[in-house]
Design a protein around this ligand. Structure first.
Ligand SMILES: [Zn+2]
Length: 323
């Protein structure tokens, strides 16, 4: 089976919760990598961020956890010859601590403009509360828990990313699409042109792949995936990469890219048909999980349903949960 086909199979297993978790090793080092002429990835197997190089500076998509900034993001960017101080915009898929964690650092040190969807900015703590969190984090007995939303340090409230907006920096435009996975949850996904040795392709990333919440949430998830797929087809996306490498096994694809020989295709170019199929898989997997939920089965369909931690983390606490 060729790479693209096995990736789709992996995503299907992952989305239908058939893969045993965890499917990644947090300690594994993923060398920072240039994926396309104008697109880079820095992260680990758990989560990473995309960095666009434009004619007028850098645009980041997501920022990993706060604790990844000094250990992975900054050294990785420098290794790639990218100056963190050049990051003009950071486009956040959603305000889970694994995506917005580094935003405070970039805003504070480099004046990076932070783009978040409207209803997720509403979860931003007050400036006083944020200051209190910053002070608490400096206390000697502070116990850092990356998943504790009450200690997450936010950037100051900044730009709102709206459905259909386009962010332009120099020669680069990034299309924003609102993709909520839970009712009232918010979330943004992105598409942009990338170049492989000068040949244009259309890259996309989907901000909220994991299926969580109740049946109403899952119906919304499916609607949003379908709507994003319309953008994918209209803009002709032929590259799709998750900011969570464990979702689409992209660490393996990165290894293939590093081993690529002159004249060989870029393994991240799946082709339009497979990218469309990727979104069908997200949609149909959500349908499968919804059917399991209707039967009071767990996500994997292997036993009775028990509310899990994924129902409550990633900043997606559903006001309707339990109803
Ligand atoms: Zn995440």
């Amino acid at each position: 089976m060729d790479g693209g086909a096995s990736i789709l199979k992996f995503v299907q297993m992952q989305q239908c919760k058939m893969n045993d978790k965890p499917t990644f090793d947090r300690e594994q080092v993923v060398p920072p990598i240039q994926l396309f002429d104008n697109l880079y990835f820095v992260g680990n197997p758990e989560v990473g961020c995309f960095i666009f190089k434009t004619s007028e500076g850098l645009i980041m998509v997501d920022s990993c956890f706060a604790h990844n900034v000094e250990t992975i993001l900054l050294p990785g960017m420098r290794e790639l010859g990218l100056d963190p101080a050049d990051v003009k915009y950071m486009l956040v898929t959603h305000t889970g601590p694994d995506h917005i964690g580094g935003a405070y650092y970039f805003q504070k040190h480099y004046g990076t403009r932070i783009v978040v969807c409207e209803n997720q900015w509403k979860r931003c703590p007050s400036p006083e509360e944020n200051e209190a969190r910053i002070r608490r984090a400096q206390e000697p007995d502070f116990q850092y828990n990356p998943f504790d939303m009450r200690s997450l340090i936010w950037p100051n409230q900044d730009m709102v990313g709206r459905d259909g907006d386009v962010i332009t920096l120099g020669d680069t435009q990034i299309q924003i699409v609102k993709t909520e996975r839970m009712v009232g949850g918010g979330g943004l996904s992105y598409l942009a042109t990338v170049y492989d040795h000068g040949t244009p392709h259309v890259w996309c990333t989907y901000g909220n792949t994991n299926v969580v919440g109740n049946l109403e949430d899952m119906a919304l998830y499916r609607d949003n995936v379908q709507r994003f797929k319309e953008y994918v087809e209209r803009l002709g996306a032929d590259v799709v990469i998750s900011s969570h490498p464990f979702v689409d096994e992209s660490v393996k694809t990165m290894e293939q890219l590093r081993a690529r020989k002159e004249g060989e295709p870029n393994p991240f170019v799946f082709g339009k048909e497979r990218v469309a199929r990727f979104f069908d898989i997200l949609d149909l997997s959500a349908a499968v999980i919804a059917m399991r939920r209707e039967l009071d089965l767990n996500e994997a369909g292997s036993g009775p349903y028990v509310p899990g931690v994924m129902d409550f983390i990633n900043g997606s606490i559903n006001p309707n949960a339990g109803k």
